[in-house]
Design a protein around this ligand. Structure first.
Ligand code: PLP
Length: 396
């Protein structure tokens, strides 16, 4: 048992490191003096075992040439997924992908043709829409539904209607769902799979947030729910969000059905899309072999941050409700109670509170009136952000 305590309170200045979160504020918000809590990476130092492995590799062997898979690279991914998520696969059923958005683009181009329809479930991670339209495919929205208790659920009747009437070729299951942080239950995914098989829709399940489920929650990989799911599913995941190594770019794809997998992987290989570089393999292997305790402590810290935000909004910010996620470090703030239109809400956050969050409207029209807050930052930073927000709302 590892009794080491990791330090998530340390504030690290990221300016000038070519980091999107801080170095793109002006472009994103029109000013540089906002506290940045938008892009989904963490303000914590990555797990030290990963840093150590990278430093050792670079220092001990100063040739950075072409790579083949490192010993234990694939096994570390396979073991982690089996032990954590009950997702079993062989190396033959998997391949490396250089980032999930990139991987989604590759899958989209392989499994659909220009003009084809692709289902997304708004409000949802905006690059899905951007890639679909950018590749001249058409977006069909099967919007999430608000539940009586203020959370969200999938509208399965509408999904069947969409499958039947729009005849899409592909669907994106954001699993867990960003920006709301829904850990989709197995029975919901089973119904998605059943419908997808019936209407011949490939399901792209993006499981990048899968290792970030919070207490009492469980990540269910799409490929574990049924034979239907294994027939239609293309799953991608990564250690990137889990261990705060998104900039290293290391993801993986698993497809069980050989009729989908073989032509897809053949195309990826033909275009040299699935060769990990030595740094991504070194980081991935160290993360999956040694990062478990760091992740456990990180998730505890994140959960305390989430609870702090939920309580703070309830007690000090009338008009804003923080919706507790089931997974991830992103908190969906329902600001509709403020009664502001889109521009006034944006002005409140950026110019009055001096906070840089993701505007909910970027995730789809149903996200209007909401903001997405990244809470994977030292608590002192988050406390400061909440105070700035409370003061700005008070001044309205
Ligand atoms: C659901 C989801 N998919 C994909 C990504 C990005 O993945 P990558 O950096 O591997 O392209 C993010 C990042 O926020 C995400 O939230």
């Amino acid at each position: 048992m590892d009794d080491k305590r990791y330090d998530f309170d340390q504030v690290i200045d990221r300016h000038g490191t070519g980091c999107v979160m801080v170095d793109r504020c002006k472009e994103m918000f029109g000013r540089e003096d906002v506290l940045p809590l938008w892009v989904a990476d963490m303000g914590f130092a990555a797990c030290p075992d990963i840093t150590r492995a990278l430093v050792e590799r670079v220092q001990n062997h100063p040739i950075y040439g072409y790579s083949v898979p490192l010993e234990d690279y694939w096994q570390s991914i396979i073991d982690w997924q089996r032990e954590r998520n009950g997702l079993e696969f062989t190396q033959e059923e998997a391949c490396f992908i250089g980032g999930i958005v990139n991987g989604f683009g590759l899958a989209l181009n392989h499994f659909t043709r220009p003009g084809d329809k692709v289902v997304i479930q708004e409000p949802v991670y905006h690059p899905f829409r951007m890639l679909i339209t950018g590749n001249n495919r058409m977006v069909v929205n099967n919007g999430l539904r608000r539940t009586a208790d203020g959370f969200y659920e999938m509208d399965l009747e509408d999904l069947e209607r969409v499958f039947k009437t729009e005849q899409p070729r592909m669907m994106v299951l954001c699993n867990p769902h960003n920006p709301i942080g829904i850990a989709w239950p197995a029975d919901v995914q089973r119904q998605v799979a059943m419908l997808a098989r019936k209407y011949e829709v490939v399901v792209f399940s993006d499981e990048i947030h899968g290792d970030l489920t919070l207490k009492g929650q469980h990540h269910t990989s799409f490929l574990t729910v049924s034979d239907d799911a294994r027939a239609v599913g293309v799953v991608m995941g990564a250690p990137s969000k889990t261990f705060n190594i998104a900039g290293i770019v290391s993801s993986w794809c698993v497809v069980k059905n050989p009729d989908l997998r073989k032509p897809f992987f053949h195309q990826l290989e033909a275009n040299e899309q699935c060769s990990p570089n030595f740094l991504s393999m070194t980081a991935t292997r160290a993360a999956y072999r040694h990062g478990g305790e760091w992740l456990a402590q990180c998730l505890d810290y994140i959960e305390d941050n989430i609870d702090m935000v939920v309580d703070y909004c309830r007690d000090h910010i009338p008009g804003i409700v923080a919706i507790k996620p089931q997974a991830s470090f992103l908190v969906w703030l329902d600001c509709t109670g403020l009664g502001l239109d889109h521009d006034a809400l944006s002005d409140l956050f950026v110019n009055k509170a001096r906070l840089g969050l993701n505007d909910g409207a970027m995730f789809g029209k149903s996200g209007s009136g909401f903001m997405r807050l990244n809470v994977a930052v030292p608590r002192s930073v988050l406390r400061q952000a909440m105070q700035q927000l409370a003061e700005a709302v008070k001044s309205l």
